[in-house]
Every structure is written in C-alpha cells, then in structure tokens.
Design a protein around this ligand. Structure first.
Ligand SMILES: Cc1cc2nc3c(=O)[nH]c(=O)nc-3n(C[C@H](O)[C@H](O)[C@H](O)COP(=O)(O)OP(=O)(O)OC[C@H]3O[C@@H](n4cnc5c(N)ncnc54)[C@H](O)[C@@H]3O)c2cc1C
Length: 420
C-alpha cells in the first residue's frame, strides 16, 4: 500500500504541461490526458513575462527557453500614422532579474511536452483522450474519455485529484457552470501570422500600432538566420461588430483579403505592414473572446487552471504567463496543506481575484489603452505628443497594469509576492 498521491491533468497545453512538471516535483504521480491524437507545434507567437520565466527557470527550463525564444528588449506603442506614443524597455533590459521571452507557442508546447516525457516517462501524456465526463467522491475523481473524432469510449482513469487545464472550451468548467454558454465576443477579430523578414528596431522589439478599431502588433520569435531574417510574429486586428465565428478554434485558417486592405497604407521606414501580411504563408483567425470571471475554481478534489479558469483577451501578453503562475500557486498550496481539498482552496484564493482583475482590465484594453487615448485626442496625428497626453499619464498606465498583472519590477526583484 503506497501513500503516493495521484493527479490527472486534463489538457496538454501550456498550463497542463507546466502543472505536470510542478506536481511531479512534489512526488505526486501525474497522468496528463490530451484530446488531440498528436500534439503538433500549433499556434504562432506568445509572450512569457518575467514572473512566468522565473517559474520556468525554477523548473530548470532556462536554457531551453533561451534556445527557443527571443529575449524581448522593448515594447513600443504607435498611433496609426506610425508616430511613437510610448516606449519602454522589457525583461532584463528593463532591469528585471529574468527575461521576457517572445516564443513560438508550438515550440514552447513541444519543449514542455518533451520535458514532461523525459521526467515523468513516455506514457505520462495520453493523447487521443478527450474528457467526456467525470464524477467525484470522497476518495477521488474518476474521469471518462472518448476519442473526439469517433466518439468511441477509450477508457476511464481514477486519481486523488483532477486539474482542468482544458482551455477556453473546458469541459471541466462546463460541468460546474452548465449555463455559462459560449465565450463572449469582444467585437474584434485577430488575424495572426508569421513572416520571415528583416528584424526591425533592436531586432528584439515588440511594437503595437493603431487603436481599438484597427491595430497591428509585431515582434520577432526567432534570432536572425544566416540571411539576416527573423521570423516575425504579427497580429492584425479589426473591429468587426457581427464577426463572432461559429466556434473559436486557434487553428482556423483565414483569408488575407478579409483584412489586408485596411492596412494598405501602413508602410513606414522601419516596418512595412502590407509586405509582412503579403509574404506570410498562412494566416489564422481568432475572435477576441473571454468569459465572465467566475467565483469558484476549486470543487473538492477538482480545480480549474489556465484558460479553463480565466480565459482573457490576449492583451498585455498574459495568457500563457498566468497559466504558468497558476501552476506555481497550485504547487505551493499542495506543499503547504495536507488536505488536498484545502490545498485546492488555497490555490483558488491565491489566484482567482488576481486573474479576475486582469480579465476585467483587458476588457478595458489593459496597457494598450494609451493608443486609444491618443486616437481620441488626436485622430489626425500630433505635432508634439505631450500636448496630447502627458508623460506621467502614460507612465501611470504602464505601471498600473504591471501591478495588476503581478510583474512590477521592484516587487519582483525584491522577491516579494511574485509567486502568484
Ligand atoms: C492549438 C492552440 C494554438 C494556440 N495559439 C495561440 C497563439 O498563437 N497565441 C496565443 O496568444 N495563444 C494561443 N493559444 C492559447 C494559449 O496557448 C493559451 O491562452 C495559454 O497558453 C493558456 O494555456 P492553457 O494550457 O490554459 O490552454 P491551451 O493552451 O488552450 O491548452 C488546452 C489544452 O487542452 C486540450 N483539451 C481541450 N479540451 C479537452 C478535453 N475535453 N480533454 C482533454 N484535453 C482537452 C486542448 O487540446 C489543449 O491542448 C493557443 C491554444 C491552442 C490550443
């Protein structure tokens, strides 16, 4: 008879895989179940903020991240005429002890998957296992899986606890919030792609241009190749009032004709937006969606994590970072509580309010609001920025969001409360 605790994690996305590494470190027997039959390097660019990089560094992944990602050096906001509104250093260039990374989401997922398989064993991740239903009793949780394509039953599994890291369409969440319905559409569509091109500015810069109704984001997610070209991740975003897609699917292909014309004049001496769009091989579309924050993630021996717990607009580079912070808070709570139920409740208490603030702040455009302020006050451009908005106002917005998202530098470097 063994006392080893066991956990099943639903979803082998960023949140689920990092949680598997965390729980394994605590000596918990972990099994991950993933809906898709083969985990492929899907997605485009994603950002890891310094607090999540700290967590990944503590998990021993610093070298891998450095190999696969780009250390983001600065973030700059521009208006639709390419006039600079705000620029700030990021990551170590801003004095953090940990970098901020821009990285291909698929590469990050593969890196984490390999690490889970190396540390937990080849069979730690069961693919082709789509959670269909589950039941919980005083001893644990039993989950039942189907093959999503065929609908056929593929088996059941029992563990002491279950973590629902099954993304924005979470089945685990749905069981506790059956009337919640589909994700809420924020009125905008994001078209995402990558293009091999000459790096712009520092070669490690992230830029955002425009305002709420029309926006373009770009940043490199690879070091330059021998021909001097980096893979540039870009997102073109437009307000489309009735644009909600029938189902939000991260891998949904799109047509450039649906949005390229809106950016036809966005050619500047430091970035050529039409060319970036034109030269990209594939474009994916995703609506700006989130869900209303809920009041409970922990239900006895079951808890939600990552997008399943707090789906948010992809604003402020927080989606993956907050899932990683969740995993750290969960691990800490399990170390500090003998009772699993108490641990899951502590995890919820550590994370729920914080992520709720981010979801709500992102609905107000988070730190990107500076672009809208300038658009409202100077729709035809400006001769002098500080006649339109004061430096203090810009600085306050940037500082406030870092505090909300938990990565203000002083707190982090002082080692206070950065953990979640
Ligand atoms: C294919 C894909 C591509 C993405 N691309 C981008 C991108 O380019 N940029 C960006 O900012 N964000 C992207 N995201 C979202 C981003 O990964 C998340 O916002 C963030 O990393 C939080 O991760 P998560 O683990 O909570 O959720 P996710 O990364 O969404 O992972 C959830 C996982 O659970 C699995 N799953 C779902 N339902 C079940 C079920 N019933 N049973 C078992 N497994 C299930 C999914 O297949 C997925 O692997 C993408 C997500 C996916 C799934």
């Amino acid at each position: 008879m063994t006392n080893q605790k066991s956990a099943m994690i639903i979803g082998a996305g960023i949140g689920g895989l990092v949680t598997a590494l965390q729980l394994d470190r605590l000596g918990i027997k972990v099994q991950v179940f993933e809906s898709v039959e083969e985990i492929r390097a899907l997605g485009v660019g994603i950002n890891l903020l310094p607090h999540s990089v700290k967590v990944l560094t503590e998990l021993g992944l610093a070298e891998e991240l450095d190999r696969e990602g780009v250390r983001t050096a600065e973030l700059a906001y521009y208006n639709k005429f390419g006039q600079l509104i705000w620029k700030e250093p990021r990551g170590m260039d801003a004095g953090y002890q940990w970098p901020q990374y821009s990285i291909h989401r698929g590469k990050l997922q593969m890196l984490l998957m390999k690490e889970v398989q190396r540390r937990l064993g080849e069979h730690a991740i069961k693919t082709g296992h789509h959670l269909a239903e589950f039941e919980e009793n005083a001893d644990g949780v039993t989950a039942h899986f189907v093959n999503r394509k065929t609908g056929q039953t593929v088996g059941s599994h029992q563990a002491d606890m279950m973590i629902g890291a099954d993304g924005i369409h979470s089945i685990v969440r749905k069981a506790f919030y059956p009337d919640e319905g589909a994700p809420k559409y924020g009125g905008r569509i994001l078209w995402r792609g990558t293009t091999d091109a000459s790096p712009f500015m520092t070669g490690k810069s992230m830029i955002m241009m425009g305002h709420v109704d029309i926006k373009f984001v770009a940043y490199p997610i690879s070091a330059p190749n021998p021909q001097g070209q980096s893979t540039i991740n870009w997102i073109a975003e437009l307000t489309v009032p009735d644009g909600m897609l029938d189902r939000t699917d991260w891998n949904r292909r799109a047509n450039k004709e649906d949005f390229a014309a809106a950016f036809a004049n966005w050619k500047f001496d430091w970035i050529d937006v039409p060319q970036l769009i034109e030269k990209s091989e594939s474009v994916y579309e995703f609506p700006l969606v989130d869900k209303d924050p809920v009041k409970q993630w922990a239900f006895g021996r079951i808890a939600l994590l990552g997008d399943a717990a707090h789906p948010m607009y992809p604003i402020g580079s927080n989606g993956a970072s907050q899932a990683i912070l969740d995993s750290e808070a969960l691990s800490r709570s399990l170390q500090e509580n003998v009772s699993m139920e108490a641990a899951l409740q502590q995890y919820e208490a550590l994370r729920l309010d914080k992520t709720t603030s981010i979801v709500l702040s992102n609905r107000e455009n988070g730190p990107e609001i500076v672009m809208q302020i300038v658009e409202d006050r100077a729709p035809h451009g400006f001769a002098n920025l500080y006649d339109v908005v004061s430096r203090q106002e810009l600085e306050d917005i940037s500082t406030r969001y870092k505090k909300i998202a938990g990565f203000d530098k002083e707190t982090m470097n002082a080692g206070k409360e950065v953990k979640s």
